[in-house]
Design a protein around this ligand. Structure first.
Ligand SMILES: NC(=O)c1ccc[n+]([C@@H]2O[C@H](COP(=O)([O-])OP(=O)(O)OC[C@H]3O[C@@H](n4cnc5c(N)ncnc54)[C@H](O)[C@@H]3O)[C@@H](O)[C@H]2O)c1
Ligand SMILES: [Zn+2]
Ligand SMILES: [Zn+2]
Length: 348
């Protein structure tokens, strides 16, 4: 088969590799019908993720068809259309049992293993460990182009942003960063009855998208950002401030927008220390949350996509075939210049 193989920083190739095969009785093999690229794949290609070594097949998001099942698999059969989520879970370890498979101990000490600790989904076929507890059947009425965004970005914006930030009816919410993840938070915040959703970004195209995805206000980053958001909330600040970029300055912006009693929900992956003004924050009765997505909200999100409440397909702006993998990476890497959000990649 062919797959996108990592060969060290800056090096990748769509090349011939051995077919994916069943290794454990709990495995299934999935033919990849749709995949996409995540910002994390770009971090890997920059050499930022040391655990990813030469020869690893990249990718941790897929929708596909089961082609082979291990002897112990009871929940899936050949021909089933399935969503392969970014997080793999055994279902039995202490973290899986408390609903936190992001830290599944059985699959490798962390639930994110595809394109990280084992071969990933940017390939013609992929081996899925612990298939019964990890895969999701895709309901009829949900297309591959919708389901693919439930593998990572939608659950991330929803779980690590909206749910961790405890958005409640009537709340005012700020989302710093309107990329795929921030837009996912914007798409799902309305489901909790937020009265005002303020998108904040440096990029005009992303801000236009944010308004299409349900933001009530858009604020372009500049010297007056904080004052502008405070003015939009009657001088109080927001109830929930969601950070979806991953830089010190964006977390500091998110922290300065929250009102007393509110929540700061950090989603961004940070690569450097952040100095928080604790001398001002300690007295504010605010919460700060952070963490890796669990993807346990996928069944909920699938129902809402099926019923039309979440237009997940809006996330895909560009389509490519497997043989155009390099082009797909180029467009995604320069997403702002290409007016791109997420790319949809299919066999042909
Ligand atoms: N916690 C998790 O489990 C998890 C999972 C997936 C992704 N992430 C992280 O979430 C973050 C967002 O991911 P994404 O895929 O949406 O990334 P993205 O690059 O598509 O989006 C980031 C957005 O931030 C905007 N931005 C850049 N600088 C800014 C600034 N100074 N102020 C305001 N906006 C600014 C960009 O214009 C862009 O629209 C990343 O850090 C990613 O690694 C976390
Ligand atoms: Zn990802
Ligand atoms: Zn587990």
């Amino acid at each position: 088969m062919k797959a996108l193989v990592y060969h060290g920083p800056g090096q990748k190739a769509w090349e011939e590799v051995p077919d994916a095969t069943i290794q454990e009785p709990t495995d299934v093999i999935v033919r990849v019908d749709t995949t996409t690229i995540c910002g994390t794949d770009l971090h890997i290609l920059q050499g930022d993720v040391a655990a990813v070594t030469d020869g690893r097949i990249l990718g941790h998001e897929a929708v596909g068809t089961v082609t082979e099942v291990g002897d112990a698999v009871t929940g899936f059969s050949v021909g089933d259309r399935v969503l392969v989520p970014a997080i793999t879970k055994c279902g039995r370890c202490a973290y899986c049992q408390r609903g936190m498979p992001s830290h599944c101990q059985t699959v490798g000490g962390i639930g994110w293993i595809f394109g990280h600790l084992i071969d990933g989904t940017q390939a013609e076929t992929v081996r899925v460990p612990y298939a019964d507890t990890s895969l999701y059947a895709v309901p009829e009425g949900v297309t591959n182009e919708q389901a693919i965004f439930l593998a990572d970005s939608l659950p991330t914006g929803y779980e690590v942003g909206v749910l961790a930030g405890q958005v409640r009816p009537g709340d005012t919410v700020a989302v710093v960063g309107a990329g795929a993840v921030g837009l996912s938070a914007i798409l799902t915040t309305g489901l909790w009855g937020a009265s005002k959703v303020i998108a904040i970004d440096t990029n005009k195209f992303r801000l236009e998208k944010a308004l299409e995805f349900g933001a009530t206000d858009a604020v372009e980053v500049g010297p007056g950002t904080v004052a502008e958001v405070i003015a939009l909330t009657d001088g109080l600040g927001v109830d929930v401030s969601i950070e979806a970029v991953g830089y010190p300055e964006t977390l500091l912006t998110a922290a300065s927008l929250v009102r007393p009693g509110g929540s700061i929900a950090n989603i961004g992956v940070h690569g450097t220390p952040v100095e928080l003004p604790m001398q001002d924050m300690w007295i504010q009765n605010v919460r700060l949350t952070m963490g890796l997505v669990d993807t346990v909200s996928i069944p909920t999100l699938l129902k809402m996509v099926a019923s039309g409440r979440i237009p997940a397909e809006k996330m895909g702006t560009h389509s490519f075939t497997f043989s155009q993998m390099d082009e797909a990476y180029d467009v995604f890497k320069h997403a702002a210049a290409n007016s791109a959000l997420k790319v949809v990649i299919t066999p042909s």
